[in-house]
Every structure is written in C-alpha cells, then in structure tokens.
Design a protein around this ligand. Structure first.
Ligand SMILES: Nc1ncnc2c1ncn2[C@@H]1O[C@H](COP(=O)(O)OP(=O)(O)OP(=O)(O)O)[C@@H](O)[C@H]1O
Ligand SMILES: [Mg+2]
Length: 458
C-alpha cells in the first residue's frame, strides 16, 4: 500500500515536471533557509513540484547561493545559529531587489512580524502554518514580484521612449533654427554682396586716382615753389603774401603729402571691407575645401571691428601652427562670428579681454574663444545650445547663434564644449578634424557639455 502511494507520488511528480518542461515554463527558483532539515523538507513538500527548490541551513550559505543564482523567492526562518533571517532579509532588499522574501518564525510576536514587513518582507508566517496558507502566500508573493518587475520594465521603456522623443524634438528645433538662420544669413549675404558690388567701382576710382592725384600735386607744388623765387612787383608780392597767409600756405603745402597718405589708407580700408563683404557673403558656397582657419578668423574679425576696435575690449590672438582643414569655410566663419559676438557681448561695456587660442594636436585642431565677461548662470547652462534660448534683451539676441554653431560643428564631425564661471568668464572650445569624416562614420555622439576639458591644454 505504502509502496503504491510512493509510486503514485513519484509518477505525479514526474508528470508535473514533464508538463512544465513540455510547456516550456521554467519553474520559479525558491530558496529555503532554515537550520532544521525537517522544516526545510516540510516546506518543500507543502509547496509541491511547481517550484525549483534550493536549501540552505545558514544565512552565510544563503548569501553564497544568492551570489550565483537569481531566486524569485526566499523563504527564511528568523532565528538560526550565526546570522539571523532579518540580516538575510536586509541583504536581499538591498542587493537583490528582484527577489521576494517571506519570513517564517515559530515565535508569535506581532511586533517582529511588523518589523519584517516594514523592512521589505512580502509576508510573515507563524509556525506551524497551514499548507494552503503557505501555498497561497507564495503564489501571491510571486505574482507581486512579477507585477513589480513588469512595472519597472514598463517605466524604463516609457523613460527611454520619452528621452527619444525629447531628442527628436531637440533635433527638430535645431533644424528649424538652422532654416531660420540660413535664411537670415542668406539675406544678410545678399545684402552684403549687393553693397560690396555697389561700392566696388567707386572705391576702385578712389584708390586708382589717388596715385595720380599724388603725382599731380607734387608737380603742382614744384611749379608753385618755382614761382616763389620769381621777382614780382612789390604790390603783387604783397597781395600774394597776404593771400598765402590767408590760406595757411606753408602748412597746406607741407600737409599735402600726409593728407594724400591718409586718403590712401582710408581707401585701402574701404577696399578691404568690400573684399571682406564679398568673402563673407559667399555663404551659400557649398564647396568643401582646404580651409585656413586663421584666415577665416581674421576675415570675421574685420567684419566685427565695431566690437573690437573701440579699445574697450582687448583682443588677444594666441595662434599656434595650424594645418589647413577640410571644411565648409563660410559656414565655419559663422561659428567664429557667433562665438566672438557672444564673447564681446559678455564683456559688454566693462573693460575686458577676448582671447582666441588655436592649437593642433594629431589629426585635430582646436579653437578656443575665451572672454573675461559675465560668465554663464549655471541655472541656464544646460539650455544655451537650445534654439531660441537667449538671456539678451529683445533686439540684441535671437538665441540662435550657439544652436546654429552647434549644428555646423556637428556637420563637420567636431565638438563644442564650454567652460564658464560666473563673474570670471567663459571659454568655448571647438574641436575639428583635419579631414571631414564620411557622413556615416561622423562622430554622432558629439555633444555639448558644461565641463572642464582636460584632454588638452591651451
Ligand atoms: N561668452 C558668453 N558669455 C556669457 N554667456 C554666454 C556666452 N555665450 C553665450 N552665452 C549665453 O548663451 C545664450 C545663447 O547664446 P546664443 O549665441 O545662442 O544666442 P544669443 O547670443 O542670445 O542671440 P544671437 O546669437 O541669436 O544673437 C546667450 O543669450 C547667453 O546667455
Ligand atoms: Mg549669440
């Protein structure tokens, strides 16, 4: 009879294993921790074959097992030799948050039960317990665990999707800003090109005729000087001398050369400005070519002379040796312009300096624009590259400069970083490559950061 029962138990156990295996359901792993083998056995027996059991007789043994296996559930006694079940509970809560714990004890003390549940146990059972209550508690603990895991996964998925949406939105905003700025620059470019074209001819006359004028004046001066030595009747000499006095003859003759030299210098400057406007207005130039960064910076500085030639801002060129780089040069000029205008505006009407440092290292070149201006408020630092973000009054800033610069640098496979301290100043550092990477191996991770860059020293 007994043999028959044992056999039928064995058969049903094998059948249930096979059913689970056939259904491809992995049985949940349950760790039973109790110093009494009798209790451990009675627990596994009471819970049947639906679970995969592992037993430990001490908490240290349980720690060891937890390190190598992920258990869905730990059922632990409280009072055991060595560490107690409460210590095991603490460790599981802290290190294995995906594992549930049911505490089992022979001591019926409500306070202890409450403490265990407060610490994070799913439930507390008092020995001896009803097998059905145990089975139900275990089922509920496992259901609760899988709900928690699903909820966490769901939350993580939502967060990831949210981040993706935020990135997409930023990208769209940047594109929108780029379109706006491109149009703005295109119309400025057209205007500049128009002015340059109109000025070009008159400046040509001025400049070209100055040499002729200078030659004519020196010939005329020679003729006048010749007449000075001619004997004139006394009344004519008298009239000539008072006429000379009236017009400041001596000063006029001696100043003529320097007046003409000043005119020539002025005409040269106008000619340079026209040349600059022409270079600058080639914004639609989509040609990728070897670009001399220093030349671009100098041409931008000439356009920005109203900021830097007043004397209030000291402009320091700390230029190193730079190779030419492959770039869209007119677009890079836009970056230098935005950074230099921001720097000048940050210094404002206070006395201060703007330093442009350039260096090359390996296949990279670095351009840093530093100012001793107001610095950036850490509260807004994370937004300065956002399109339309500005702290400047209406009319002074549209908040597009940095976002456009970011886009241009990204198109060149480079990075832009900023370091700032309020009241001390700001440094923007642009890193560019000597050769433009192919579109799909461009550094797509390039991103802006507000942190000190230690990789190089300028
Ligand atoms: N060198 C700097 N020092 C201090 N703050 C700066 C500096 N550069 C940028 N910022 C801050 O970043 C903001 C965004 O700069 P960005 O160049 O994008 O726009 P803007 O200068 O305000 O306007 P726009 O460039 O379109 O005329 C500025 O309003 C300013 O608050
Ligand atoms: Mg700006």
């Amino acid at each position: 009879m007994q043999l028959q029962q044992t056999l039928s138990g064995l058969v049903s156990s094998i059948a249930s294993h096979q059913l689970n295996d056939l259904a491809g359901i992995e049985r949940e792993k349950v760790l039973i921790v109790d110093d009494s083998p009798v209790v451990r056995r009675s627990l596994t027996k009471a819970l049947g074959d639906a679970y995969q059991f592992t037993e430990a007789s001490t908490v240290l043994e349980a720690f060891e097992l937890l390190r190598s296996t992920e258990f869905s559930l730990v059922i632990t006694d409280i009072i055991m030799p060595g560490l107690s079940g409460i210590e095991l509970l603490r460790k599981v809560i802290e290190v294995y948050p995906r594992t549930s714990v049911i505490v089992v004890s022979g001591v019926d003390r409500p306070q202890r039960a409450l403490d265990a549940v407060r610490l994070g146990a799913f439930d507390y059972l008092i020995k001896p317990f009803d097998n059905e209550v145990l089975a139900l508690t275990v089922t509920r603990a496992l259901e609760h665990r899988s709900l928690l895991i699903n909820a966490k996964q769901y939350k993580a998925d939502l967060e990831a999707r949210n981040e993706e949406l935020i990135r997409g939105k930023q990208q769209l905003q940047r594109l929108q800003a780029q379109i706006v700025q491109n149009e703005k620059m295109a119309s400025i470019g057209q205007l500049a090109a128009g002015i340059a074209h109109e000025l070009n001819n008159p400046v040509g006359f001025l400049y070209g005729n100055l040499d002729l004028l200078s030659a004519c004046v020196s010939d005329l001066t020679r003729v006048v000087r010749f007449y000075e030595h001619v004997e004139l009747p006394a009344d004519v000499a008298q009239a000539a001398s008072s006429f000379k006095e009236q017009i400041g003859y001596e000063r006029t003759v001696s100043d003529l050369d320097s007046i003409i030299a000043d005119c020539r210098e002025g005409a040269e400057r106008v000619r340079d400005i026209v040349q600059n406007l022409r270079t600058f207005s080639r914004l639609d130039e989509a040609e990728l070519k070897r670009t001399d960064i220093h030349e671009g910076i100098e041409s931008t500085l000439r356009i920005l002379s109203r900021y830097f030639s007043g004397g209030a801002i000291e402009l320091v060129r700390d230029f190193g040796e730079l190779p030419t780089i492959e770039a869209y040069s007119a677009k890079l000029n836009q970056v230098w312009m935005n950074l230099l205008v921001n720097a000048a505006q940050a210094v404002g009407s206070n006395q201060g300096s703007v330093t442009i440092s350039t260096r090359s290292m390996g296949d990279k070149v670095y351009v840093a624009v530093s100012d001793t201006g107001s610095g950036i408020d850490p509260a807004v630092a994370g937004r300065i590259f956002d399109p339309f973000f500005t702290t400047k009054p209406v009319g002074e800033g549209t908040g597009l400069g940095l976002s456009i610069s970011f886009g241009i640098i990204e198109d060149h496979g480079g990075t832009i970083k900023v370091q700032s301290k309020q009241g001390v100043g700001t440094t923007f550092t642009v890193e560019l490559l000597q050769r433009l990477p192919q579109k799909n191996d461009a550094n797509s991770d390039s991103h802006t950061q507000l942190e000190v860059q230690h990789a190089f020293s300028l």
